[in-house]
Design a protein around this ligand. Structure first.
Ligand SMILES: [Zn+2]
Length: 68
């Protein structure tokens, strides 16, 4: 992990512990992306990597999608 877990990887503002993004950025993600990211199953970590890869690539939050 290259980013402190307490900062939003998108806007660098503080986020809740255990949350992927701050509340503001989370609310901009498409609903199906939020639902997929909320599933804490064996695919949760690969999904998080997909999210971070797209954030690093500059994909708009509203267009980010991860594996179901
Ligand atoms: Zn944010």
């Amino acid at each position: 992990m290259t980013m402190p877990s307490t900062l939003c990887p998108c806007c660098r503002r503080p986020k809740g512990r255990g949350k992927y993004l701050c509340a503001g950025c989370w609310g901009v993600l498409p609903g199906f992306t939020r639902r997929a990211l909320n599933r804490r199953d064996s695919r949760a970590h690969p999904r998080l990597r997909e999210l971070h890869r797209q954030l690093a690539a500059g994909v708009p939050l509203s267009e980010i999608r991860v594996s179901p």
